[in-house]
Design a protein around this ligand. Structure first.
Ligand SMILES: [Fe+2]
Ligand SMILES: [Fe+2]
Length: 299
């Protein structure tokens, strides 16, 4: 297959059926809709019922509720108790991650699922942290967008495994970002395949836009700040070494990034931002991320 000759429409056609990706869509859609309500309006019975319908989710929820993170080691045995303990926001994080982890093959060539999820979770936490720091009004949306920004790699791992491996090698050898290597090798990037998947999964429109433009935040006009937040969080993860892309010598100055200028224009208080401190705070999240991913993958 000469995938480098695919046009965007052909790409869309080729993967639009997405029949090779495990069907997490319907349960994910329903869960997101339910958990997107204000916490006091979430119907716990409905959430408990949805979780109970998926064996792997039951296991992950119980495992996490009993993990040291919540200080209840071994004492939570029922799904209802786990739901109450985790709380709505944390529950959404766990469930969305768990649905998505089921969609990614565990032993994909060149892209181990644990490394991919460490990056996604770290970007989610960093996006939320940054959003809170600058006063972006929906820090939880930033978390969700950060978590999902690279879902195009799920499509690429399943549909274009050889091309993805060549792109990763190209990126490492030439010292160029992964999306530049993908464009060169495949003629499209994980931003575009992710966008197709995001539409198929009916993700919120702002999250769809972030997925499509997270490497070119200057192109996104409707949700510029959310896209810029995820772009910077992604870069901070890269600098912190929590990435699936080959790490190469790159002079990356956050203050020169287009995303930084976009945010600075809207949040002038960033002028006095302590970037070194932010990096230090994020580092402490990365340790937790590795623990959580390792623990979820054991289930
Ligand atoms: Fe990306
Ligand atoms: Fe990323």
């Amino acid at each position: 297959m000469k995938s480098d000759k695919l046009t965007f429409d052909e790409l869309r056609q080729k993967i639009s059926r997405l029949d090779k990706i495990p069907s997490v869509a319907s349960i994910l859609r329903t869960l997101l809709k339910e958990l997107d309500r204000p916490p006091d309006q979430v119907k716990l019975d409905k959430v408990v019922e949805l979780i109970s319908s998926e064996e792997s989710m039951v296991a992950k929820c119980l495992h996490l509720a009993n993990s040291p993170l919540f200080g209840q080691a071994g004492r939570v045995s029922g799904i209802r108790a786990a739901v109450l303990l985790l709380g709505v926001v944390r529950l959404r994080d766990v469930l969305v991650s768990s649905c998505l982890m089921n969609a990614m093959p565990k032993f994909a060539n060149g892209m181990p699922a644990t490394v991919f999820w460490e990056h996604s979770l770290a970007c989610a936490l960093s996006s939320r942290h940054l959003a809170k720091q600058i006063g972006f009004p929906d820090a939880d949306k930033a978390y969700l967008a950060g978590l999902l920004h690279d879902i195009g790699q799920i499509v690429n791992v399943i549909y274009f495994p050889e091309e993805l491996q060549r792109s990763l090698a190209f990126s490492g050898e030439r010292g160029v970002p992964i999306e530049v290597a993908e464009r060169e090798i495949m003629g499209f990037t994980h931003c575009e395949t992710g966008w197709v998947l995001a539409q198929e999964w009916s993700l919120p429109p702002d999250v769809q836009d972030v997925i499509l433009h997270h490497h070119q935040p200057e192109r996104e006009l409707d949700h510029a700040d959310l896209t810029a937040i995820v772009n910077l969080a992604d870069k901070l993860c890269f600098i912190g070494g929590i990435t699936y892309a080959p790490v190469y010598a790159m002079q990356l100055d956050i203050l020169d990034e287009p995303a930084w200028s976009i945010l600075l224009e809207r949040y002038p208080q960033m002028q006095t931002f302590d970037l070194a401190r932010l990096g230090f705070e994020l580092e402490s999240h990365f340790g937790e991320v590795r623990e959580v991913v390792a623990s979820l993958f054991r289930v």
